[in-house]
Design a protein around this ligand. Structure first.
Ligand code: NAP
Length: 489
C-alpha cells in the first residue's frame, strides 16, 4: 500500500489454476482477498475432468507455476490426477486455503459507480462487497451435450466426459464414444484394451501431431530435486517453448514454411502409422492441420487400430434404449454411452449476471461475441479483471504461463488503485474498439479460420483467440499501455 493508498478488498472467482495463482500473488503482497469457489474442492478443470486417459498435452515441467517447479512428475506428460495433486499441494504450501470459501457460487455482480465498489451475490443470497474482482472462472466448464434424438431414452449410463460416471460398465462392456476432440482421442487410447467393443462415433477426424511420452525414473526425480535448473531446461527447451513459438508463427502465416512443416508431419504420421488403407481414409481430415485444436498424441493411431475399436463415420440417426441407430440403419448395441462432445466455450463467468457502469450488463456487452481488451478488461466494467478470459491465446500452450503473464499486466493496473492514484480503472471504449477490430481482422487470417468447425469459432465464424505470435503476446503483457485506460479518482 502506498502512502496515499487504500486497503483494497479483492474477490477472486474460482479456485482453479488461475484463481490459485491470483490468490498466491495477492497473499504475497499482504492483500485482503477471498476466493469464491462453487465446488467443494480446488482444481477447476482438473477437479471436474477425471476421464480415463486424461493427460495434459503440455509437458509436465512446463505445466507448473514458474515460481513452483515440481520435481515429482511421473512422466513427460502428466495425468490429470497428478496435476490435481500438484495444485492441492501448491494451495496448501502457499497458505491460501483459509481464504477460499467453498460451495459459494457467485450468481451476480453489480457495480456501484459512486462508491467504486462491486457487490457480489452468492447463490445463498448472501451479499459481499469487493473493490476489485478477479474473474478466474475458466473457459471450458459448461458441458455441451449433443442434440441427438432419443438421448434420454438410453437404458444404460450416458454421460459427458466432464461428469465421468465411475459406476458405468467399461471393462468387458460395449461402449459408445461420441466425439473426436482431444478428450475423445485420449479416451480411445485408455479404454480400447479393456472394453469388449468400443464404437467411436467420429463426425470429423483429427490431425494428430506425434509426440514422445516417457516416464521419469526415480533417478531423474532425484536429479530434478537437487538441481531445479534441470526442470527449467525442459520448460524453456526448444522442444517446448521453441515449438510454441514456431506454432504461433505458423498459425499466423498459414502459407508459410512453418505451417507446411506442421502439415507434413501430421500427414506423414497418418500415412505411416495407420496400416489399413480403409481406416486410414476414415481418419484423414478434409481440413488443414491446426484448424481445429491440434491433437498431440503418442498413441492414438496405434490404439485406434486395436481390434476392439470400430470407427463409425456414418451419421447418427438416433439413440435407442439399447444402443445407437445410424442413418443407414446399422445398429450398435451399447452398455455405456460416453459424450466427448465438448463445451460451451462462450460462457466464461456466466451464468452469473454482471452489471457494470450505468447498469449495462455483460450479456449486452457480449451480445455479438464475448470479448475483452487484450482478453482481460472490459469497457464499462471497472476494476473487473479476467484471467484466461475471451480472445486470449488458445492452442497447445500452457494456460498457466498465459495466466501468469496476464496477472503481471493486471497487477500493474491494480497498482494504480493500491497506491491511491485512482479509485477505478477501466479500458476506454475507443482503445478496446481499436484492439478488437485489429484482433478480428488478424483472427480471420489465422489457420483457425481456414475452413473447419471448432470451439475456437464464435457465432460469426471468427476465431475467439489471440491472433498474433507468442512473442507479441509476451510483449503486450509486459506492460499495459496506460493511455488505453480511464483512471477515476
Ligand atoms: P471438442 O474439441 O469440442 O470436440 C468435441 C467433439 O464432439 C468433436 O469431435 C465434435 O465433432 C463432436 N461432436 C459434438 N457434437 C456432436 C454430435 N451431435 N454428433 C457427433 N459428434 C459430435 O471437445 P473436447 O475434446 O472435450 O476438447 C475441448 C478442449 O478441451 C480441447 O480443444 C482442449 O482445448 C481442451 N482439452 C485439452 C486437453 C489437454 O491435453 N490439454 C485434453 C482434453 C481437452 P465435430 O468436430 O465434427 O464438431
Amino acid at each position: 500500500m502506498g502512502e496515499e493508498g487504500r486497503k483494497l478488498r479483492y474477490a477472486i472467482i474460482g479456485a482453479g489454476m488461475a484463481g490459485i495463482l491470483a490468490a498466491i500473488k495477492l497473499k504475497q503482497r499482504g492483500e485482503q482477498f477471498t476466493v469464491f469457489e462453487k465446488a467443494t474442492k480446488i482444481g477447476g478443470t482438473w477437479r471436474e475432468n477425471r476421464y480415463p486417459g486424461l493427460t495434459c498435452d503440455v509437458p509436465a515441467h512446463a505445466y507448473t507455476y514458474s515460481f513452483e517447479p515440481y520435481p515429482e512428475w511421473r512422466s513427460y506428460y502428466a495425468t490429470g490426477a497428478e496435476i490435481q495433486t500438484y495444485f492441492e499441494m501448491v494451495a496448501e504450501k502457499y497458505g491460501i486455503m483459509p481464504a477460499i470459501r467453498f460451495g459459494c457460487e457467485v450468481s451476480g455482480l453489480v457495480y456501484d459507480d459512486s462508491r467504486a465498489t462491486w457487490t457480489l451475490t452468492l447463490a445463498s443470497d448472501e451479499k459481499v462487497e469487493a473493490d476489485v474482482v478477479i474473474v478466474a472462472s475458466g473457459v471450458l466448464h459448461h458441458p455441451r451435450l449433443p442434440e441427438i434424438e432419443g438421448l434420454d431414452s438410453f437404458a444404460g449410463p450416458a454421460f459427458h466426459t466432464a461428469r465421468w460416471d465411475d459406476s458405468a460398465p467399461i471393462e468387458g462392456a460395449n461402449v459408445g464414444l461420441i466425439g473426436c476432440g482431444s478428450t475423445g482421442v485420449q479416451i480411445v487410447t485408455a479404454i480400447n484394451k479393456v472394453v469388449n467393443k468400443l464404437v467411436h462415433f467420429q463426425r470429423s477426424p483429427q490431425w494428430i501431431m506425434p509426440v514422445p511420452q516417457f516416464d521419469y525414473t526415480d533417478e531423474d526425480r532425484a536429479g530434478f530435486r537437487k538441481d531445479p535448473a534441470l526442470m527449467d531446461a525442459i520448460r524453456y527447451s526448444d522442444d517446448y517453448i521453441g515449438a510454441i513459438i514456431r506454432f504461433t508463427d505458423a498459425i499466423t502465416d498459414i502459407d508459410g514454411p512453418k505451417m507446411a512443416e506442421i502439415e507434413e508431419i501430421c500427414r506423414q504420421n497418418l500415412e505411416t502409422s495407420v496400416r489399413d488403407p480403409e481406416l486410414r481414409e476414415k481418419l484423414r481430415p478434409d481440413y488443414r492441420a491446426a484448424c481445429k485444436r491440434l491433437i498431440y498424441s503418442w498413441g492414438y493411431y496405434e490404439e485406434v487400430q486395436h481390434p476392439a475399436v470400430h470407427v463409425e463415420t456414418g451419421r447418427i440417426a438416433r439413440v435407442e434404449p439399447q444402443g445407437v441407430r445410424m442413418e443407414d440403419g446399422t445398429f450398435h448395441p451399447l452398455d455405456t454411452l460416453v459424450l466427448a462432445t465438448g463445451f460451451q466455450a462462450d460462457r466464461f463467468i456466466r451464468p452469473a449476471t454482471v452489471s457494470g457502469q450505468g447498469g449495462a450488463t455483460l450479456d449486452e456487452a457480449w451480445k455479438v461475441r464475448p470479448s475483452a481488451h487484450y482478453a482481460m478488461t472490459i469497457p464499462g466494467f471497472p476494476n473487473f479483471f479476467m484471467l484466461n478470459g475471451p480472445t486470449g491465446p488458445v492452442g497447445n500452450f500452457s494456460l498457466i504461463d498465459i495466466a501468469e503473464r496476464q496477472w503481471d499486466y493486471i497487477d500493474q493496473l491494480i497498482e494504480e488503485l493500491r497506491a491511491g492514484r485512482a479509485r477505478a480503472v477501466v479500458p476506454t471504449a475507443e482503445a478496446f474498439a481499436d484492439y478488437e477490430q485489429r484482433r478480428i481482422d488478424a483472427a480471420r487470417k489465422t489457420i483457425f479460420a481456414s475452413g473447419c468447425s471448432s470451439w475456437y469459432l464464435d457465432d460469426e465464424g471468427v476465431p475467439a483467440s489471440w491472433p498474433w505470435s507468442y512473442d507479441a503476446f509476451a510483449e503486450a503483457m509486459a506492460k499495459p499501455v496506460m493511455s488505453e485506460f480511464e483512471f477515476a479518482s
